[in-house]
Design a protein around this ligand. Structure first.
Ligand code: CAA
Length: 258
């Protein structure tokens, strides 16, 4: 990943993992438009890179991201935000084919919480605090929080977060099933998980992500049919042949992503 960015850092902790770090420390990684444009560019660059199997997205110790940039939004008017479809480009993350793991420490508020929810897996350090405090600014979530939270934690809890603006701890978010787990050294753990994901066949990984995400959109019957058809389709891949042969031969599979 060669592009130089102003508001994010990109690196490869190993050849198969892209690590993207939000880097506006003075604004607690507030998600300004320039930051989001860079983030989308870096994400799609990693998604298109054949060597990368999974992406880790993180912030700082103090803040994953403290929300959309309030200073940028403050003077906007309805005509600006509506005509220009403000925040619409945030949803691009959900078009990525490769898995994205959010490694959250500190504040994940408003758009920061929504950004974590757009990722495929959330790991949180014990310091993480999640919330949708937009109600204190006279607005509501605009980056998908109200919809994804209901699916993640149910109506009552989502309603409580959206209507009170209360922050929940990593432990509470864990109990609520909003995140995968709480862990020390969250970035290291996320990179370890991304490395493991990258060691599998990429076609099956992308198919796994696609079918899990389809559960949000489809009825159970449609989802089950889609899953089975996708499963059938994987029998056209060399990775299926290799994976099952390796099992029978009691050796490690050597996936070629074909
Ligand atoms: N936008 C712009 N700047 C922000 C910001 C944000 N969302 N969050 C923090 N900052 C800035 C502060 O203005 C401050 O900058 P200055 O030093 O220039 O004043 C700097 O980051 C440090 O912040 P604090 O001094 O407030 O730090 P703190 O430790 O006292 O408090 C905090 C931390 C509780 C996270 C507090 O900063 C805060 O409440 N931030 C706003 C959280 C919020 O309301 N997020 C929702 C935004 S709206 C949204 O996201 C809409 C949507 O759905 C997409």
């Amino acid at each position: 990943m060669s592009t130089q960015y102003e508001h994010i850092l990109t690196s490869r902790p190993n050849p198969s993992v892209a690590l993207i770090t939000l880097n506006r420390p003075k604004a607690l990684n507030a998600l300004s438009t320039p930051l989001f444009l860079e983030l989308n560019k870096a994400l799609f660059e990693a998604d298109a890179d054949q060597a990368i199997g999974a992406i880790v997205l993180t912030g700082s110790e103090k803040a994953f991201a403290a929300g959309a940039d309030i200073k940028e939004m403050k003077d906007k008017e309805f005509s600006d935000v509506y005509k220009n479809n403000f925040l619409a480009n945030w949803g691009e993350l959900s078009r990525l084919r490769k898995p994205v793991i959010a490694a959250v420490s500190g504040y994940a508020l408003g758009g920061g919480c929504e950004l974590a929810l757009m990722c495929d897996i959330i790991l949180a350090s014990p310091t993480a605090k999640f919330g949708q405090p937009e109600i204190n600014l006279g607005v509501i979530p605009g980056g998908g929080g109200s919809q994804r939270l209901v699916r993640a934690i149910g109506k009552s809890r989502a309603m409580e977060l959206v209507l009170t603006g209360r922050m929940v701890s990593a432990q509470e978010a864990d109990q609520w099933g909003m995140i995968s787990r709480v862990t020390d050294n969250v970035v290291e753990e996320a990179v370890k998980m991304a490395t493991e994901i990258s060691s599998k066949g990429q076609i099956a990984i992308q198919a796994g992500k696609e079918v899990v995400n389809a559960a949000y959109e489809l009825t159970l019957a449609e989802g089950l049919r889609f899953e089975r058809r996708t499963f059938h389709g994987l029998f056209a891949t060399k990775d299926q042949e290799e994976g099952m042969t390796a099992f029978v031969e009691k050796r490690k599979a050597n996936f070629t992503h074909l």
